[in-house]
Design a protein around this ligand. Sequence first.
Ligand SMILES: [Zn+2]
Length: 91
Amino acid sequence: MTSIDAMKTCIECGCIKPMAKFYVFNVMEDGRMPWCKACHNGLTKWHKEQAAFYADRQLGDPSEETIRFQCERIQAGWTEKKRARRRVLSA
Ligand SMILES: [Zn+2]
């Protein structure tokens, strides 16, 4: 279905990039993460920054609400089908 030469639109930055710029993620239908490597690394950094922010203020870990907000922002670009699949996996 998806060749290695195919292009994919990153749901985070909206850039159209070659599949090689997306990490392999077998859960997805096309076998790649919905956001590019650059955005993935940025998201990881975001999580670290959030963790540091809360640690500094001794508020404990980022609340579930905070994490859910970020996840929903990401998943907003996903299709309902993919979301349903993710629910099954995380159940
Ligand atoms: Zn991106």
